[in-house]
Design a protein. Sequence first.
Length: 214
Amino acid sequence: AIYLLGVVPEVPVLFLWATLLIVIGVYLGATQPVPDQASGWRYLWKGLGTICLVWGVIAMLGGFSGRRDIFRPIELDLFGGSEPVPAIATAESTGYIFQRVATNDELDTRLAVARAGGRPVILDFYADWCTDCIRMENTTFSDRAVLDQLSRFELLQVDVTDPTDPGSRAIKQRFGVFGPPALLFFGPDGKEHSERRLYGYHNPPQFLAFLSTL
């Protein structure tokens, strides 16, 4: 249920995860001393409880920072000073890789331009609150081999962060897309390969294998 609430941007989903993990940690005995004659199972449950408790506290801190991904509640740079890898982690960085389209008219214009140039198109449905979208940004769409393959496509993106936005809603309804992440693929002729849609998270090897079939 908490995972499903992640699609609602107004819900502080990370706080819900944090509360659940902290409660589980306390229930498993993370805050209680282990009796001298306790069995090994008692130590195991306490260890698991401690992990849940620490994870919950970290998730709570991430929630205060506005983050929503329970698997990455905080951003850690363990190897600082390394050269940044091109990614699509923010709207600003997305701009030079994926071109945003806000309405069906804008989308049709960009599809026509791509068709005139004989270029295939990838249409990405993205949202700031979509945890799998963020995972794709931080892994798949920052992989250099993937970026090399994407260079042969015209890359378009629909931002569906705001579910009440009429433009993005119209595009979703046009293609029957329920929610992000969703990737639609169009040939050089401008026609969508409707049977080749991708939904959910795909790691770099999976995504590269799929691109090789287009």
